[in-house]
Write a protein that binds this ligand. Structure first.
Ligand code: UFG
Length: 327
């Protein structure tokens, strides 16, 4: 298929591009490079510089004729979404509506949407399945949920068939080394641990060690980004074949604590990685993990690379390539 990957120069997007290319699809990236990077562009892909806030950019892109698109262009910092919701309204909500309108106007009616476990809020039960009530606790999570609802209406009215993929904690790097861009000013646990290991940050601050978990630190479901990327291909092929939309949770089904991640990172890197306990971060649920039984049934997917060591070693390999980079 001829696929447009909107946000394809970002951390997850570039892995998605790699997965589509490996599966034999023809890929073009649309990105404004606000957080995406040219270094992430996999050789063999087309590139369109454009912004989802500008309908004309999208019209020009979709006029090239695509069979399907993947939408990953979004701001994703949970904390920032609570202090600057306007940014999230304009980019995540209006930007998505612009994409849908341009795609439908040009008859491109197959899409994969990058949704998030953030739509669930604090879990009412574990593991989290697709029927778990959606109750986002951040404006970021709200934007993802709202888009899922808009997609259901475009399906009904315009015949747009979509796959909404609710990622749990994306981590790791392509083990083949095709993606090399590092996120600048990362907000997530594993890249922060890596920055400490590299000596770019003084220490890891562990947000709370008094949770009701096996070691007192929070449990999350970390899923390898290459596993996530493969799910996009399977999901698109499924909705194309069945002409029916779908929504699935994507997790490894394994909970890892912050301390376990840190200890494994010390082991893999051989670096001490200074860390200290600090207060809890507001809004952090103690434990989050998914069941991906539905993803297995619906798109034939399960995590394969998401064990703690592979997550860390694949990330460490990329950070070490940046050893001489100035920070
Ligand atoms: N953590 C620390 N210190 C840090 C950073 C994180 O202790 O410096 C802890 C957090 O408290 C949390 C865990 O590491 O317990 C993971 O935190 P992240 O910030 O990496 O990830 P979150 O679970 O908060 O959220 C991530 C994405 C969201 C997504 C969610 C889905 O950032 O966009 O996973 O589960 F919605």
């Amino acid at each position: 298929m001829k696929v447009l990957v909107v946000g394809g120069a970002g951390y997850i997007g570039s892995h998605v591009v790699h997965a589509f290319l490996s599966a034999g699809h023809d890929v073009t990236v649309f990105d404004n490079l606000s957080s995406g990077q040219l270094i992430n562009l996999v050789p063999g892909t087309g590139f369109i510089a454009g912004d989802i806030r500008h309908p004309d950019d999208l019209d020009a892109a979709f006029s090239r004729g695509f069979d399907a698109f993947v939408h990953l262009a979004a701001f994703k910092a949970v904390g920032e979404s609570m202090s600057e919701p306007e940014k999230y309204s304009v980019n995540n909500l209006s930007g998505t509506i612009n994409i849908l309108n341009a795609a439908c106007a040009h008859g491109c009616k197959r899409m994969v949407f990058s949704s998030s476990a953030a739509i669930f809020g604090s879990p009412q039960y574990l593991p989290i399945d697709e029927a778990h009530p959606a109750n986002p606790e951040s404006y970021y999570g709200f934007t993802k949920l709202e888009i899922e609802r808009i997609l259901a209406w475009y399906d009904r009215i315009r015949g747009l068939r979509f796959a909404a993929l609710r990622y749990f904690n994306a981590a790791g790097y392509d083990p083949d080394g095709t993606v090399l861009g590092l996120e600048s000013n990362p907000q997530n646990l594993l890249p922060i641990i890596m920055e400490v290991a590299m000596g770019w940050r003084k220490e890891l601050q562990i947000f709370g060690n008094d949770y009701d978990t096996r070691d007192g630190t929070c449990v999350r479901d970390y899923v390898h980004v290459s596993d996530l990327a493969r799910a996009h291909v399977l999901a698109l092929e499924t909705i194309d074949r069945e002409d029916e939309s779908l929504t699935v949770n994507l997790g490894s089904e394994t909970g890892i604590t912050v301390t376990e991640m840190l200890e494994t990172a010390r082991e893999v890197t051989g670096v001490e990685i200074p860390a200290r306990y600090v207060d809890r971060r507001p809004g952090d649920p103690s434990e989050l993990y998914a069941t991906s039984a539905h993803a297995k049934k619906r798109i034939g997917w399960e995590a394969e690379l998401s064990d703690c060591k592979t997550l860390i070693s694949s990330t460490w390999d990329v950070y070490r390539k940046h050893q001489t980079a100035e920070k």
